[in-house]
Write a protein that binds this ligand. Structure first.
Ligand SMILES: Cc1cc2nc3c(=O)[nH]c(=O)nc-3n(C[C@H](O)[C@H](O)[C@H](O)COP(=O)(O)O)c2cc1C
Length: 366
């Protein structure tokens, strides 16, 4: 049986050994943006998972762009050195050919929040909260901060922060960058008419709303020509009057012209009023629609956790790759198990190789 999930793919200038990606997942465990020992073990563990593409969590391009006090950043020399240390260690144990990237982001109006396990919602002033920014002075939800609307000059500075962080990512040794243009964070805030009420050249028409994210993509791609640059988008806000799939198709085409090599297709996150039904593969139809309309390589994500399901998504041409989040937290050897279940060989580090027989037994039982 040919396992399509285990065929290589080239995105931009980067060859990825299989179609399985680790989805970016915040660990809320950084120290003023710097990766800690938690990240060291986490990245080393994921490096051995067998996933071809490892996307490090949302990493913020400036300090005030962090969701929480524990979020990763690439805004200081210390952040860059800490990322380099953890990445070097991960590479030493990685499955041959695995590629590492970092998701560059700015939380905008959703910054200054609690870590999820400390309760949700904005930090209180006595919790070292900080003022947040966005395109328009519109709070995400009741009780959340009203953001400062960026001036023209501040928009230019913010683009500069993305460029600087991209250069830091390259120096830290990453192979690719994923721009976080989803889940209601700053790039998505500009894109969506729910959060962008500007009347200057950065708001109003779709062309104006996409100007900031496209400019970020263009300048980042230009700044790090040796790195592959992709983007994650929310293809719909799931709210009447919000950002739509049709608009997302136009944005994806513009992203491609700006140098973006793939789109990871997610959805939602920009409104507490979103209405969606989740279930196995609930966002795959969005990836498929974007792929059909644009021809851009797409990564599907969201409740993909069964080997046959993942393989079928790629085999049927619905998406070029799949990204797994929670399944890889639950079982960082998921790609081995998938390979065993699909009858494909897999590489286990020699220290772990005696587990391979067991993995095959579990795989054939799956
Ligand atoms: C703990 C956790 C942290 C996450 N952090 C991020 C993030 O940093 N960036 C992002 O784009 N999505 C983030 N997500 C969303 C995941 O990347 C993924 O899209 C989502 O979990 C759905 O995929 P799954 O069903 O395979 O988990 C996070 C999800 C989880 C569970």
């Amino acid at each position: 049986m040919t396992a399509h999930l285990f065929s290589p793919i080239t995105l931009g200038n980067l060859e990825i050994p299989n179609r399985i990606a680790v989805a970016p997942m915040c660990q809320y465990s950084a120290d003023d943006g710097s990766a800690t020992d938690w990240h060291l073990q986490h990245w080393m563990n994921l490096a051995m998972s067998g996933a071809g593409m490892i996307t490090v969590e949302m990493t913020d391009v400036e300090r005030r762009g962090r969701i929480s006090h524990g979020c990763m950043g690439l805004y200081s020399d210390a952040n860059e050195a800490a990322a380099r240390r953890a990445l070097d260690a991960a590479r030493r144990v990685a499955t041959p050919g695995a590629k590492f990237g970092v998701q560059l982001a700015h939380a905008g109006r959703k910054a200054s929040n609690h870590r999820p396990w400390e309760g949700s919602g904005p930090l209180k002033p006595e919790e070292d909260a900080w003022p947040v920014i966005s395109c328009s002075p519109l709070a995400y939800a009741d009780g959340w901060q009203v953001p400062h609307a960026l001036t023209e000059e501040e928009i230019e500075q913010t683009i500069g922060h993305f460029v600087d962080a991209a250069k830091r990512a390259e120096r830290a040794g990453f192979d690719f960058i994923e721009l976080h243009s989803a889940h209601g964070y700053l790039l998505h805030q500009f894109l969506s008419p729910l959060s962008n009420h500007r009347t200057d050249r950065w708001g109003g028409s779709l062309e104006n709303r996409m100007r900031f994210p496209i400019e970020v993509a263009r300048r980042v791609a230009e700044a790090v020509p040796n790195l592959m640059v992709g983007a994650r988008m929310s293809l719909t806000d799931w709210v009447d009057g919000g950002f739509t799939l049709e608009e997302a198709i136009a944005v994806a085409n513009a992203y491609r012209k700006a140098g973006i090599a793939y789109i990871c297709c997610s959805s939602g996150g920009n409104s507490p009023h979103q209405s969606l039904r989740t279930g196995p593969g609930y966002q795959v139809h969005l990836a498929e629609a974007l792929k059909q309309a644009t021809g851009i390589p797409v990564r599907a994500v969201g409740m993909i956790d069964q080997p046959a399901q993942a393989d079928a998504i790629v085999r049927d041409g619905r998406a070029d790759m799949v990204a797994l989040g929670r399944a890889l937290l639950a079982d960082p050897r998921w790609p081995w198990r998938a390979a065993a279940a699909l009858g494909h060989p897999f590489h286990a580090a020699p220290q772990l190789a005696r587990s391979a027989g067991l993995m095959k037994q579990w795989g054939s039982a799956a």
